[in-house]
Design a protein around this ligand. Structure first.
Ligand code: NAD
Length: 312
């Protein structure tokens, strides 16, 4: 496996992904890291002084690594980290460079394609792939996140990428070609975000009619409404003891991120000409919940609270 891996973006997801690399890469491997927040870099360097090397910018990370992973908030950050002509990844690529660049951020497909195109025009033998993830911070910590990769199953980079990504995740799914990992991720989050709202409404309705929340969840699990949100991330506190809803909606997948992803999915639907009637409703609910004092910053399943569900 690679002995020089770069990682840019050491936030809620990037930090535990790097920690998994530290423990699972071959002995002697180095991880070259950068984040605009110096504390995130210093924290990791202090914890793993033999494995982690601090770099001043994305350019230096790229110069010193054979594979570079990025885990950044939004498309605007991805664009600048990759394409900044002075400090960006592109500035760290030598003319004949054969590096592998993997972006795991959840961003819009158009930005991802434009970054890929800029890189491959300037450096035809360097490869860029979108590889967003699902599974949240807990999945990143336990190394069980799923990677949805914008790569065809016949691409010769697939085996190497699968080995590397498997050190941080449980599943690596090739989705067909450039930007299709993102298309898959946005379709997945659209579905889970909309299901969450429906689950919150259905739980509230049944509970108000007099059914116990756990009984209602077991009915859904046995019936045609069976779904992963109700089974594992039920929005009603107490139904799933390990779900964020049972710990005051702390941890999990922030409501602001769901708002972002539904927005990206609605944008993608428009671009590809897909009709989607629930997108506007979903976007409205998550946008409003993101602004409410008792919901913002919490797990997206807090829409149950936003919709007025009973939490006692
Ligand atoms: P985060 O905000 O916690 O981390 C992003 C990191 O990128 C931060 O540390 C930030 O300082 C750094 N950064 C921003 N601009 C930079 C730049 N120009 N150069 C270097 N570093 C820079 O976000 P996160 O929760 O880790 O999410 C990252 C991505 O993964 C997002 O696109 C998100 O939608 C996606 N995602 C998040 C989760 C989750 O549960 N948090 C789950 C799946 C996917």
């Amino acid at each position: 496996l690679s002995t020089a891996v770069g990682f840019i973006g050491l936030g809620a997801m990037g930090n535990p992904m790097v920690v998994n690399l530290v423990h699972k890469l071959a002995p002697g491997s180095k991880i070259y890291v950068h984040d605009v927040v110096a504390y995130f870099v210093d924290d990791l360097c202090t914890s793993y002084p033999n494995s982690i090397v601090k770099c001043v910018n994305a350019k230096e990370v790229t110069e010193r690594s054979s594979v570079v992973l990025t885990m950044l908030p939004e498309g605007v950050h991805v664009k600048s980290v990759y394409l900044d002509p002075n400090n960006g990844i592109i500035a760290g690529l030598a003319p004949e460079s054969t590096k592998l660049l993997i972006d795991s951020s959840t961003i819009d497909t158009a930005t991802s394609l434009s970054v890929k195109s800029a890189i491959s025009t300037a450096h035809p033998s360097t490869s860029f792939y979108d590889a967003p993830v699902s599974g949240g911070v807990l999945g990143a910590v336990s190394g069980t996140i799923a990677f949805f990769v914008g790569i065809s199953s016949s691409d010769t980079n697939l085996p190497g990428m699968t080995s590397l990504l498997s050190l941080m995740g449980g599943k690596v799914i090739p989705c067909g070609g450039p930007s299709l990992g993102l298309a898959a991720k946005l379709s997945n989050n659209y579905l889970s975000g909309i299901i969450t709202i429906a689950a919150a409404e259905a739980m509230d309705m049944g509970m108000r009619a007099g059914i116990d929340a756990k009984v209602l969840a077991s009915v859904f699990a046995a019936g045609t409404a069976q779904n992963a949100i109700c089974d594992r991330f039920n929005p009603v506190p107490g139904v799933c003891p390990k779900a964020p809803s049972s710990s005051g909606y702390k941890g999990g997948f922030r409501v602001q991120l769901m708002r972002k992803d539904i927005g990206l999915a609605v944008g993608m639907a428009r671009r590809v000409g897909a009709r989607n009637v629930l997108g506007a409703v979903g976007l409205g609910v998550y946008a409003a919940a993101s602004e409410e004092e008792d919901c913002k910053g919490l797990d997206s399943r807090v829409v149950f609270r936003y919709l007025g569900g009973r939490e006692d």
